[in-house]
Design a protein around this ligand. Structure first.
Ligand code: GDP
Ligand code: MG
Length: 440
């Protein structure tokens, strides 16, 4: 499925600490294929992939600390945008009743959705609904609506199947007015294919009922066909929105992605099952997350961004942990640690480092690092492994050999001692403390 494909693609890029332009290209290629295979409109796919590619190779992503996640975020945002961005609200009439017209092909889920939505709006907005049975063509269509109505205790207006649907709607609205129904659902007939006679009838029903919402009900399983159907209905009826049904099924999901950008009309509700409560307002962002299989990944990304400092600190801690802290190792580490950036910055990122005793003496002067290196290089292996042996004459020799002063050598030795002390404290305060602490 689309979700599976995109999830696989995203998984590949998620953990990447570095994302190259080639990675982005590869990702874009896979996203493109996944969308096309899911029956998303090819024009939609083309512009979509172009956008995510542009954004993903943008400076902010490639240079960010969590580029893999940033790329996913870009894809998620663009998917959301593709489906309309914001959730669109139901258009309720200022002056009752609110009239909602359901149109669409046969079997799309009009009748089911009309009942579901009547139930939903009654609960959410405290309305008193009436449903009008205006499908006189499909055998048992009226009976079906009546069954759902009695199941939900929602009245159904019907004049049988021998009267013109336009007239049924006109009289139904009169009934609603008499009974003070402030919500009217009009269930109309569908055809297997779009045809003119049906469109004419729907146009007339629209003219007499002045609907606040004209919902096209489409079956998500029909894929790209749903988009074509939406276009045709929209041209004739100027839809206000789409209800996409059967998203609970094994759908390829492409229609949900194309409908908004092809028709300009938002998906307002989705059907998630046959039961009467299986209807949900459509949230583009949640749908995007669902497609990407992210669920909680978005919040994870937010957390990751918030904890960037923490992560760098952990990296640093790991580095320091691995240092066995002979002066020789210290020398080696200096080179590595320097690559990570200004030492002062790194040290300040260590959780709680500022509070540790001895930290003040850890103020490392970048300019003095060269001197430190020189001093350590002037030491004998014995001295490097056991600094305690460095007496006055050894200090003099080291100072001479490194072009520094005895005071400099003293300072280094003091700093090194402080650092060991600090590391001891640090390790003691950190969870996952290793056995056999090398600083003992
Ligand atoms: P209509 O011809 O457009 O009025 O379509 P119906 O409302 O009669 O629905 C056709 C079939 O689709 C019925 O069996 C419904 O129970 C089923 N159906 C409608 N919506 C959904 C949905 O969201 N999920 C599932 N699984 N089935 C649905
Ligand atoms: Mg029906």
């Amino acid at each position: 499925s689309l979700a599976d494909r995109l999830q696989a693609t995203m998984k590949k890029i998620r953990g990447k600490g570095k994302v190259s332009e080639a990675d982005v290209k590869q990702m874009a290629r896979e996203v493109r294929l996944a969308l096309l295979e899911a029956d998303v409109n090819f024009k939609v796919v083309k512009s979509f992939v172009k956008r995510i590619q542009e954004r993903a190779v943008g400076q902010d992503v490639l240079k960010s600390l969590t580029p893999g996640q940033q790329v996913i975020k870009v894809v998620q945002e663009e998917l959301t945008e593709l489906m309309g961005g914001e959730q669109t609200r139901l258009n309720l009439a200022l002056k009752p009743p609110t009239v909602i017209l359901f149109v669409g092909l046969q079997g799309a889920g009009k009748t089911t959705s009309a009942a579901k939505l009547a139930n939903y709006i009654r609960k959410m907005h405290n309305k008193k609904p009436l449903m009008i049975a205006a499908d006189i063509y499909r055998p048992a269509a009226i009976k079906q609506l009546q069954t759902l109505g009695s199941q939900l205790s929602i009245p159904v207006f019907s004049l049988g199947d021998q009267i013109n649907p336009v007239e049924i709607v006109r009289q139904g609205l009169e009934q609603a007015s008499a009974d003070h129904n402030d919500l009217v659902m009009i269930d109309t007939a569908g055809r297997l294919h779009v045809d003119d006679a049906l469109m004419d009838e729907l146009e007339q029903i629209k003219a007499v009922s002045h609907p606040d919402e004209i919902f096209l009900v489409v079956d998500a399983m029909t894929g790209q066909d749903a988009v074509n159907v939406a276009n045709t209905f929209n041209e004739r009826l100027d839809l206000t929105g789409v209800i996409m049904t059967k998203l609970d099924g094994d759908t390829r999901g492409g229609a949900a992605l194309s409908i908004r950008s092809v028709t300009g009309k938002p998906i307002k509700f989705v059907g998630m099952g046959e039961k009467m409560d299986a209807l949900e307002p459509f949230h583009p962002d949640r749908m995007a997350s669902r497609i990407l299989g992210m669920g909680d990944v978005l919040s994870l990304i937010e957390k990751a961004q918030a904890s960037v400092d923490e992560e760098r600190a952990k990296e640093m801690e790991q580095k320091l942990r691995s240092v066995s802290f002979t002066l020789d190792d210290f020398l080696e580490q200096i080179g590595q640690i320097r690559k990570m950036g200004p030492l002062q910055d790194l040290l300040s990122m260590m959780p709680g480092a500022g509070k540790l005793k001895g930290m003040k003496n850890m103020q490392i002067d970048e300019k003095k690092i060269d001197q430190v290196e020189a001093m350590i290089r002037s030491m004998t292996p014995l001295e490097k492994n056991d600094p305690e042996v460095i007496n006055a004459s050894r200090k003099k020799r080291i100072a001479l050999g490194s072009g520094t002063s005895i005071a400099d050598v003293n300072r280094l030795l003091k700093q090194f001692k402080d650092m060991k002390k600090m590391m001891k404290q640090f390790m003691g305060k950190t969870k996952g403390k290793k056995r056999g602490n090398p600083f003992n």
